[in-house]
Design a binder for this molecule. Sequence first.
Ligand SMILES: Cc1cc2nc3c(=O)[nH]c(=O)nc-3n(C[C@H](O)[C@H](O)[C@H](O)COP(=O)(O)OP(=O)(O)OC[C@H]3O[C@@H](n4cnc5c(N)ncnc54)[C@H](O)[C@@H]3O)c2cc1C
Length: 252
Amino acid sequence: VKDGDDYVITGRKWFTTAADGAAFAIVMAVTDPDAPPHRRATQIIVPTDAPGFRLVRNIPIMGHAGEGWASHGEIEYDHVRVPQTNRLGEEGAGFAIAQERLGPGRIHHCMRWLGICKRAFDLMCRRAATRDVGDGKTLATKQIVQAWIAECRAKMVAARWAVLACAWRIDREGFYAAREEVSLIKFYVADVLSEVIDRAVQVHGALGLTDDTPLGHYYAHERGAHIYDGPDEVHKIVVARRILRAYAESTP
Ligand SMILES: Cc1cc2nc3c(=O)[nH]c(=O)nc-3n(C[C@H](O)[C@H](O)[C@H](O)COP(=O)(O)OP(=O)(O)OC[C@H]3O[C@@H](n4cnc5c(N)ncnc54)[C@H](O)[C@@H]3O)c2cc1C
């Protein structure tokens, strides 16, 4: 709510990534509930030392406590008062600003996931080529392992080109024009990532579950790829709606 020249913020928010150690948080709050949905929210910078701001805890994720930048905080805002000059952009521009940030954020995740795929794939191939399974043969001689390797490679190549095509469109036409491509790579590359990590773990056997390779860490931490910055289902809806709208408009 507004009070004089200030905003007074009360509420609770979890999954504020890297809140631990941050100097400020960006709060997105509804400032005009009667406005159209895309004009209701405003973004406000809140210093983490403002009275009433409390990092309740770093939320433990898949057995890891989390700290510093590698953490996801639960925050309580108890009548936190900040001047209206801390607002980012105009009042009601919160949704538009979030959309501008989420486009680059999503393709950035996809590029990072391609790197993780490459690392997991390299580990898988090296293990398959060296693991002795008796009679002087390695895992790499097993047809099912060969099929996994070929399928993973094909999907990684497809994912890489899809990300490149998306980046190409963003470069030329901007994020708004490329929103279908961004949604498409967000769920597709997440699927490829999960499959490649899972196959790599399987090829490593028990070793794949240990912390002696990075695979166990990837397996736990990259599961979130299907959830953060919009879950898979929402991105599939975005893509399908846009495709189907074109058919509805062109079908007599
Ligand atoms: C590692 C991580 C870091 C994060 N960091 C941040 C952060 O820094 N800041 C921040 O604000 N948030 C952050 N989040 C929160 C994240 O944006 C949300 O978790 C995500 O948008 C999903 O919302 P939710 O968890 O409330 O799930 P819900 O909305 O409860 O959805 C639960 C499930 O329902 C399904 N579902 C949801 N909507 C639909 C739909 N329309 N149609 C069909 N199915 C649907 C999906 O399967 C989804 O997984 C983070 C989350 C994670 C996991």
